[in-house]
Design a protein around this ligand. Structure first.
Ligand code: NAD
Ligand code: DAU
Length: 373
């Protein structure tokens, strides 16, 4: 069957990538979706069990740093769109091992850009109808101040706002962690390929995502799992840091909209207008897990354990996503309380997935299955 579009989604076996792959495979049966993923510790094909047999879906085990292979895949499948999510994504790991982050996030992105450029330039129509869509993070903008530490009600936020300032598309890049420095560098390469070679690119910078299939090293799934098992909850510093949380399916919807209607060379910020202090989220998680497990609501508050702060810990992130709302009509669909309830229920109902991931069993299974391919 000839497909209308052939699209590579990199990092499709990861948390956000798997939601984007699922959305595209189900919504666009006339597109062929190639999920290109190296299956690092964070990649798990069990995230895509429900769509893996669809005729418009193909998994390709590959490293984005392998330029020759990426170019060969683009030629073989006549790829006209790239949605690039593959990355090393955990800040704490970047503090321990910055080299891996530079390799994957910087060199890997460069390898994809160069492959897309060479392949698309070789076609008679060149860049017509092509798109390199790079998924980035709000962390590249650095950190905002807590000018209202107690929080104030704001018209633009469904919840509290903790400062006067927001990350806008025009905000200067000031990354602090090796992770955000590597993502900032990759964003610069993407824009440089547009400005130098005319490669059609779009960049989006999104706030913290939460929802099903997130690897339980990140705050929300780690803490849900620990509360279930009555293990300590390691809150960094005093838990005063603020993050802006977005339900992962809302991010995937934004990516779909921007992929189809975004303007070439533009940047769009994506966020939930949903700021929370870490300690407040932790309390919501405890109450929700306790209630859903039939425990007395709040009885696990004593699991909260304040530990040494993360080095270079950014104080506050808050995205202004009004450009995306104004120009393309996107806004988050879920209130945070609703999203958290759905998320906690999902982890409680998917203990097998969680056990598989925390034990590392999935790694052995899929790595053996795809060895040598
Ligand atoms: P994740 O860690 O859950 O998944 C990353 C995926 O990339 C995994 O499937 C992994 O196997 C794959 N991968 C890693 N290195 C690779 C390589 N060299 N070649 C091919 N595949 C490789 O990440 P996530 O949280 O889903 O984040 C996805 C993207 O979104 C990242 O680019 C991240 O920077 C960005 N982002 C994440 C968030 C968030 O809150 N999680 C927010 C904003 C932006
Ligand atoms: O803002 C977008 C970013 O959000 C993405 O680009 C990253 O890929 C993603 O990992 C996430 O980064 P954070 O560092 O904000 O997420 P994390 O879940 O690691 O931490 C959220 C907050 O909770 C942060 O302030 C650190 C704190 N924390 C985290 C962990 C894992 C704790 O207090 N204890 C913990 O054990």
């Amino acid at each position: 069957m000839k497909f209308k579009r052939n699209i590579i989604i990199t990092g499709g076996a990861g948390f956000i990538g798997s939601h984007v792959v699922r959305l595209f495979v189900n919504k666009y049966p006339d597109y062929h979706i190639f999920n290109l993923d190296k299956l690092t510790y964070a990649g798990n094909l069990a995230n895509l069990k429900d769509i893996e047999h669809k005729p418009n879906y193909t998994f390709i085990k590959a490293d984005i740093c392998d330029f020759d292979k990426v170019l060969e895949i683009m030629r073989q499948y006549q790829v006209d769109g790239m949605i690039h999510l593959a990355a090393e994504s955990h800040v704490d790991r970047s503090i321990k091992d910055p080299f891996t982050f530079a390799r994957t996030n910087v060199m890997g992105t460069l390898s994809l850009l160069q492959a897309a450029k060479l392949y698309w330039e070789s076609l008679p129509e060149k860049y017509d109808g092509k798109l390199f869509y790079h998924i980035s993070t709000d962390e590249v903008y650095g950190a905002l101040e807590l000018t209202h530490p107690e929080g104030i009600k704001s018209e633009i936020s469904a919840h509290e706002v903790y400062g006067d300032d927001f990350f806008r598309e025009s905000t200067k890049y000031t990354p602090h962690s090796p992770y955000s420095a590597s993502k900032a560098s990759s964003d610069h390469f993407v824009r440089a390929f547009h400005d130098t070679y005319g490669l059609p690119v779009i960049v989006t910078n999104c706030s913290n995502n939460y929802g099903p299939y997130q690897f339980p090293e990140k705050l929300i799934p780690l803490f849900i799992n620990n509360i279930c098992q009555r293990k300590p909850l390691p809150v960094y510093g005093k838990g005063e840091n603020v993050r802006d949380w977005l339900y992962v399916e809302d991010h995937a919807r934004a990516i779909d909209l921007i992929f189809h209607q975004g303007k070439i060379a533009e940047t769009y910020n994506i966020g939930g207008f949903n700021e929370w202090k870490n300690i407040d989220i932790v309390k919501v998680l405890i109450r929700t897990v306790d209630r859903l497990l039939g425990r007395k609501e709040g009885e696990d508050m004593d699991l909260i354990t304040f530990v040494t702060d993360r080095a270079g810990h950014d104080l506050r992130y808050a995205i202004d996503s009004s450009k995306l709302h104004r120009e393309l009509g996107w806004k988050p669909s879920l209130q945070f309380e609703e999203g958290i309830e759905k998320t906690v229920r999902w982890y409680l109902d998917n203990q097998e997935w969680l056990n598989h991931v925390t034990s590392g069993d999935y790694l052995k299974y899929y790595q053996e299955m795809y060895q040598g391919r």
